[in-house]
Ligand binder design. Structure first.
Ligand code: ATP
Length: 215
């Protein structure tokens, strides 16, 4: 089974890294692919370029071979739709179970994603808890796919929904960008190598260039 964690990663932080490692172990995944979005369709555009966000990801996972950076979205033009990414991964891994991991915040907007029902044609969707975001009810499309045991995800390659509690880390890229813009030290929220990269490239200095996840 292969895990997939897509995101803007603007920048990558310990919220992303900790959950990636945790689900790798919980689901006995061979690897977790971190997939930076080139042109996210559902939000303001990232402050850092796709190339720079990928470079920060590479620095963050350097000593963790099971966490891999997958830059396939950077090679496509137009909006980076997850359903297209999953179709491309399915071609590369025809026989594997693919697990798409998303945080509870992302799940709350899932029905606005392009061709969202078709995500389940290519992968299972695993929703991870995230501080500040509660999922109280799921509609019938989701409840029909919901399973309560991880083993159920091994039996088919795609199509199921699962909820997974992970260590609650109230870290967001929005808050990190804001701290940097306000000249506060973001230490211990993201890897030192990423902080150094941000300093060297003078990223996130101007508040006006940052997107927020509450817009
Ligand atoms: P921003 O603040 O810019 O919106 P973010 O911190 O939410 O960014 P993203 O790159 O948008 O980070 O997140 C990628 C994926 O990781 C999403 O599915 C998101 O829900 C999940 N995620 C991010 N941070 C956490 C966290 N602290 N705990 C659990 N899941 C997280």
């Amino acid at each position: 089974m292969i895990g997939l964690l897509g995101g803007t990663f603007d920048p990558i932080h310990y919220g992303h890294l900790r959950v990636a490692l945790e689900v790798k172990e919980l689901f006995s995944l061979t690897e977790v692919r971190l997939i930076p979005s080139a042109t996210p369709p559902h939000r303001l555009q990232p402050a850092a370029s796709a190339q720079m966000r990928s470079e920060m990801l590479a620095l963050a996972v350097k000593n963790h071979p099971a966490l891999r950076v997958d830059t396939r979205e950077l090679g496509r033009s137009g909006a980076s739709y997850t359903v297209d990414t999953l179709a491309s991964l399915r071609k590369d891994f025809p026989d594997e179970s693919l697990l798409l991991f998303i945080g509870a915040d992302a799940f709350l907007h899932l029905t606005h994603w392009y061709r969202w029902q078709h995500l389940f044609d290519y992968a299972h969707v695993v929703v991870m808890t995230r501080p500040g975001f509660m999922i109280e009810v799921v509609d019938c499309f989701f409840s029909e796919r919901l399973v309560h045991a991880r083993e159920a995800l091994v039996q088919t390659r795609a199509g199921k929904l699962f909820f997974q509690a992970v260590t609650p880390l109230d870290i967001s890229a929005t808050a990190i960008r804001r701290m940097i813009a306000e000249k506060q030290n973001p230490g211990f929220l993201l890897p030192d190598a990423v902080i150094e990269y941000i300093q060297q490239n003078q990223l996130y200095q101007a508040r006006s260039s940052s997107s927020t996840h509450d817009v």
